[in-house]
Design a protein around this ligand. Structure first.
Ligand code: CJB
Length: 818
């Protein structure tokens, strides 16, 4: 009936209003005359979702009609943040919604704030996955994301007495208007039990009888592209007890245990592990990984079979990207499906499997690579372990032919780690079975080739690729910094930069223009006022908007060196205290802002948070210091907080010890918003500098290649007096809690070896900070640097990254709506 109707839902003010009011009345069952901000947000979200569904259905029909090769992005984390603003910006109805709501008596900006963040990720890796979805949709790729619908996302952080407290994130408590539950899209995921080997028509067949079966239920989240109808899907799985299991228990009369098993099953998708970097070897985590990949692969195979009667074309129609080692068990799961369920032989199954998977490594520390105890796999996934053994057997046979009796090398290559306790090395499994493995920045790529995966690279250099990360300018500029975005559009004379970030280069022509500089700094100042108002609400502190806002927001980790920042702040404080009144007049006022969550079991990270508060308490209340220096900690840092803070930052700090950050993407968000970067020669800092020019950044310290030697020299190294003085102040209790801070101080002097080289880098860090102060005073030059910073960021869009993946790894084409 509506075949010829391009768009059923209209986007004029009246239609939007009616749609919102209808949802308020019929979906939320509120009065159409009276609903509050939160209900108005919900009704608005449902109304936007209607539009997304329309596009989603059209996209789906097109996919069914054309049957293109599709990309499936498998990730344990998707750090999506809020959806309302992003959705209306992407589908081009922000103005219409703002007007419609205004006439209904609501302010869009206030409603946007009502939404809870979907915080289904820890940090960079999860946020990258979210940016990738935005770019995949925008560039018209036929793609789906697959993840888990955790009931509790990243914990909520509060601060009591300067200490971090963790609270569960009940993000679904008030419903999630964006998702669509697919009650009929469910798959059984099997665990435990035993495998029987039987002969069938002269062929060995393996029958796995599971000890537990959990049902995966699909929840779909439409992801709209910008400036296109293409709307892709993020399918998240939730665990529900399997009917079969309940029936068994009921039939034995064990009603209570049947109900308890229901609860056990649901725990699989209940919580996100809040520590991304330390491999913990927890059984539940492995179950989550299996749950994700098994449900997703069954779903993909089912979809493929809707169109194809055999598996010959599977690699031409399907590409799986594995986000880190977490979903790598998927390789064994696909083999199991092809061998045991689809009855393909080993050779065919292996040929297909090795053509469809590729893997991104995000790690620097070898300890971060997951290794699962053999015993655990044997118990939890007996059939998968058999398959992994066989993969390893053939692989080792091939390697023996190549390397003879070089046993040391063979044992490094093996998927099975020998030793008192045997492990399955997931990264080795990935390297053997994926057609491509990629690093996430140039320096990380060099590192994995020459160190982390050297043995594999020596053998199969063709498998290795570099794909420098990016971020989406739609969220990180258009949504979070609308005024600056409008200004850019005005000066470039086009908004095409929202799809082609390279066009920002055009700003270079105007970087010196007084008018642009003035307008630019005005927007930045008003963003700073917004942040200052927020700071006053959360801390009571009134900060000077004309002071330099110096920001470090990210997960708290020793390698990211928030401690170096705090030592620098204490040093600055100490200098101010010891200055004459005359000299104080020359100090450039700074508001130092830090934010981030410490992994719950990571004591030193927690000590850093406490130290930030202790130092803040001291200097924020010191009348000698006044407005010259403030230190603010923003609690519960998340995506939405980043959207507030980044556009308001003058300086941001990215201080990881060279050679320790795989890439880093926060720096890109800051740089494209015109914030200048103080950073080490690490990860993407180096690539940003290549684009922006060293004169527009403040990089300092050694390069990654110098680090191993510096570490060996550490035992004879004596840090400069200023550094020792600051550490002495902390130890002596100038900021109280002397005993509590000792272990932290011990990491950088005395007993510790200062592994992250804070003492070594401190002098060059101070020099960089002095250069920042000097530059900030020259307002004209600062404005020019800020504009040039944005202008140079064309390379750092995930649109560029995704195009590279699509063309060089996945071999997929966009599918455009006519
Ligand atoms: N990363 O966020 C995580 N979690 C991990 O477990 C491992 C790495 C980060 O991934 C980002 C995306 O590739 C990188 O930019 C960042 O350097 C890395 O730490």
């Amino acid at each position: 009936m509506y075949k010829l109707m391009d768009q059923y839902l209209k986007n004029d003010t009246f239609s939007i209003q009616k749609n919102i009011v209808d949802h308020s009345e019929y979906t939320l069952a509120r009065s159409r005359f009276r609903f509050d901000d939160f209900e108005a947000y919900q009704a608005t979200a449902y109304s936007v979702r209607d539009r997304l569904i329309e596009r989603w259905n059209d996209t789906h029909s097109l996919m069914r009609e054309k049957d293109p090769k599709r990309i499936y992005y498998l990730s344990m984390e998707f750090l999506m943040g809020r959806s309302l603003l992003n959705s209306i910006v992407n589908i081009g109805v922000k103005g219409q919604y703002a007007d419609a709501l205004k006439q209904l008596g609501f302010d869009l900006e206030i409603l946007v704030e009502q939404e809870r963040d979907a915080a289904l990720g820890n940090g960079g890796l999860g946020r990258l996955a979210a940016c990738f979805l935005d770019s995949l949709a925008t560039l018209d790729y036929p793609a789906w994301g697959y993840g888990l619908r955790y009931e509790y996302g990243m914990f909520r952080q509060t601060i009591q007495d300067g200490f971090q407290l963790e609270h569960p994130d009940y993000w679904l408590n008030f419903g999630n208007p964006w998702e669509i539950q697919r009650v009929h899209t469910t798959y059984p995921v099997k665990f435990y039990g035993h495998v029987d080997e039987i002969q069938e028509n002269n062929k060995k067949t393996y029958i796995w009888t599971p000890g537990e079966t959990v049902e995966a239920v699909a929840y779909d989240n439409p992801i709209p592209g910008y400036g296109t109808k293409n709307t892709i899907n993020l399918r998240l799985w939730a665990a529900k007890p399997s009917g079969e299991l309940e029936l068994d228990s009921f039939s034995t009369g064990d009603y209570v245990n049947a109900v308890l098993s229901k609860q056990r099953a649901e725990t699989i998708s209940s919580i996100l592990y809040p520590d991304d970097r330390t491999y913990q070897g927890k059984e539940l985590r492995l179950k989550q990984q299996v749950f994700l990949v098994s449900a997703s692969l069954q779903d993909v195979v089912r979809r493929y079979k809707d169109f194809h009667s055999d598996f010959a074309a599977f690699p031409q129609k399907v590409a799986f990207q594995l986000n880190d080692t977490h979903p790598i068990i998927g390789v064994a799961e696909l083999m199991r499906i092809l061998l045991d369920e689809e009855k393909l032989d080993w050779v065919k199954s292996w040929e297909i499997t090795t053509k469809v998977f590729s893997f991104t490594n995000h790690a620097i520390l070898p300890e971060a690579l997951e290794k699962w105890p053999l015993e655990l796999l044997e118990n939890l996934l007996p059939r998968h372990l058999q398959i992994i053994y066989r993969i390893n057997f053939y692989f080792m046979e091939e390697m023996k032919k190549k390397f003879g009796d070089d046993l040391v090398r063979l044992s490094r290559l093996s998927i099975i780690e020998e030793g008192e306790k045997k492990n399955v090395r997931m990264a080795n499994l990935a390297l053997v079975s994926c057609h491509t493995v990629n690093g996430v920045s140039k320096s990380h790529f060099e590192f994995i080739k020459s160190s982390l995966f050297k043995d594999f690279h020596d053998m199969w250099p063709h498998k290795f690729q570099c794909k420098t990360n990016g971020v989406t300018q739609r969220r990180w500029m258009a949504c979070s910094n609308p005024d600056l975005s409008q200004l850019i559009t005005k000066w470039l004379g086009t908004e095409a930069w929202l799809k082609e970030l390279d066009l920002l280069l055009g700003l270079r022509l105007h970087a010196n223009d007084y008018n642009l500089q003035e307008q630019w700094m005005k927007v930045r100042r008003s963003n700073k006022s917004r942040l200052a108002a927020y700071i006053q609400i959360i801390s009571g502190a009134k900060v000077n908007v004309d002071a330099m806002f110096d920001v470090q927001i990210k997960r708290i980790h020793e390698y990211k060196r928030q401690f170096l920042n705090v030592i620098g702040i204490i040093h600055r404080y100490d200098c101010i205290k010891n200055m004459t009144a005359e000299d104080r007049k020359k100090v450039v006022p700074r508001v130092c802002i830090l934010g981030g969550k410490a992994p719950p079991g990571y004591e030193n990270a927690k000590r850093i948070i406490k130290l930030i508060h202790a130092v803040g308490d001291k200097l924020n209340n010191d009348p000698d210091v006044g407005d010259l220096l403030k230190l603010i900690f923003i609690p519960d840092y998340n995506v939405s907080m980043a959207e507030l803070v980044i556009p308001a930052s003058d300086i941001s700090q990215h201080l990881s010890t060279a050679g320790s950050e795989a890439c880093g993407t926060g720096n890109m968000k800051f740089a494209m918003n015109g914030c200048l970067i103080v950073g080490t020669k690490d990860g993407s800092n180096v690539e940003i500098q290549e684009e922006l020019g060293s004169e527009n950044m403040f990089l300092f310290g050694p390069s990654a290649e110098d680090i191993p030697e510096l570490r060996t020299e550490q035992k004879d190294f004596q840090p400069v007096l200023e550094f020792r003085r600051v550490v002495g102040m902390i130890r002596k209790g100038v900021f109280g809690n002397a005993e509590y801070f000792q272990p932290l101080c011990d990491t950088i002097d005395g007993a510790g070896d200062d592994y992250y080289l804070l003492g070594h880098d401190f002098p060059s860090y101070l020099e960089a900070q002095a250069a920042v102060d000097k530059a900030f005073v020259d307002k004209k030059r600062w404005a020019e640097m800020s504009i040039l910073s944005t202008a140079g960021c064309g390379q750092f869009s995930t649109d560029r990254t995704i195009r590279e993946y699509a063309e060089e790894i996945w071999n997929v084409e966009p599918l455009r709506h006519s």
